[in-house]
Design a protein around this ligand. Sequence first.
Ligand SMILES: [Zn+2]
Length: 210
Amino acid sequence: MSEVVRIAITPNEPIQWPERCPQCGVSHGLVEIKSHVTRETHSYSIAFFRVFRETLSFYFPSCHKHAAQNRFAIFWLRRGGWMALFRVSMYLACFLTLFAGLQLAVGKLTLRYHLSQPGFTIFMLSGWVGLGISFWARKAAAVFPVGLDTDRNIMEIRFSQARYAREFKRLNPRTTHRHLVEKTVFFMRSGFWTLIVFLVAVAFVVKTFK
Ligand SMILES: [Zn+2]
């Protein structure tokens, strides 16, 4: 079972990592994997809208073999950018296959022409291959950087093994302490009020131009 751990970022308390591979547990021949978490915060007024991007890097030990797997899995599962766009098209391909299958089942195949095109078939197949890789990557990413809390200096890391997560928390008792990393109540979060302001603005525009 995977577990997401929230860690408070304090300048005088660096993160301690278990001296073993998070995947297989070996403690010799370890290499360091560089990873990072990012967050985007928005600042706006009548005249401007700005996006601030903050990045925090960290290193964790892993054996040689699993380091390569974990690096690739992090790359595959990362949010935003081209990989996210690629994943969306992959899900679309899977959806189209299911749709064509459903049509076949009821004997009404409107995608007949498309299915006869090799490019389309390759596209649909690649969707399933991609989905398979995503399932594999969830397991292969023993340490996955989820992100930075938008309101507080807290980062989230997903560990694929609960045992490793427990060991990690034992090594970082203060920075992972419940009281320090508790989630902010929804109405105290800046994102909540941004959404309210946005909805009010949309309602105002709709009402004005109706
Ligand atoms: Zn390993």
